[in-house]
Write a new protein. Structure first.
Ligand SMILES: [Zn+2]
Ligand SMILES: [Zn+2]
Length: 241
């Protein structure tokens, strides 16, 4: 009941309309959603130079790093995409998770990335979660859980990776090395969880990334805890592309 009253008040104060064409009642209408162009060229997530199928990590980078591949669904330069992400992240528009989930799902379907055993959203620190009220990556992961293989939901694990250190938002830090330093040792995978990750193929989910430091750090933790393969999917990556 309270939720419904809350929704009513919010809808009255901030009427919902498509951020692109202005059509009422939806943040992103079906027509505009279909106009988003998916990235058809993917690159290695680490060097961002070598073009690889499905955004797999290139041979050279694979020697040094943990993440096996990163699929970037759409371009951040697509104004519609960046607007939607911004709205999602900072205006607390929880309902936008569905159209954004569709973008991620469609990109996954168009790719040949192998199906995961488990989906893990990038966790927020409890303090930031309280402030924002929802974890935007978690909502995307839950959308995928239901839709990747309808009828056979793939497990979403929300508490396997824990955020144990409160960090500055990566968005506020410009320098790549500083971002790496900021996120280092920010996560923990309890030892008792390692039988859940052992030899598993894991898909990490996040909304938008820049240097990738957070996802790379999580991939490193997962491999340390015995994961077989770790892939990731994001709506967009800020920066060069
Ligand atoms: Zn529209
Ligand atoms: Zn590379």
């Amino acid at each position: 009941m309270f939720d419904r009253i809350n929704d009513f008040i919010l809808d009255t104060l901030f009427p919902v309309s498509c951020i692109s064409c202005g059509k009422d009642d939806e943040w992103i209408c079906e027509k505009c959603l279909n106009k988003i162009s998916f990235k058809n060229i993917q690159v290695c997530p680490y060097c961002e130079k070598r073009i690889t199928p499905n955004g797999y990590t290139c041979f050279e980078c694979k020697k040094k790093y943990s993440l096996d591949g990163l699929l970037v669904a759409a371009s951040y330069k697509d104004k519609f995409v960046s607007q939607a992400i911004h709205l999602y992240k900072y205006r607390f528009a929880e309902k936008i998770s569905e159209p954004l989930g569709k973008i991620v799902l469609e990109s996954l379907r168009q790719s040949e990335m192998p199906l995961p055993d488990m989906i893990i959203p990038i966790p927020l620190h409890p303090r930031r979660l309280r402030w924002r009220g929802f974890n935007q990556s978690e909502l995307l992961a839950e959308y995928l859980e239901q839709k990747i293989t309808p009828g056979f939901p793939i497990e979403v694990s929300n508490n396997l990776i824990r955020r144990i250190r409160y960090t500055e938002p990566q968005m506020k830090i410009k320098n790549k090395l500083q971002r790496e330093k900021n996120i280092k040792n920010a996560f923990e995978i309890p030892r008792k969880s390692s039988d859940k990750t052992k030899n598993k193929r894991i898909l990490l989910v996040d909304d938008v990334i820049t240097t990738g430091a957070t996802i790379f750090e999580c991939a490193k933790m997962l491999k340390k805890s015995g994961a077989g393969e770790v892939f990731a999917i994001v709506i967009a990556r800020q920066g060069n592309n």
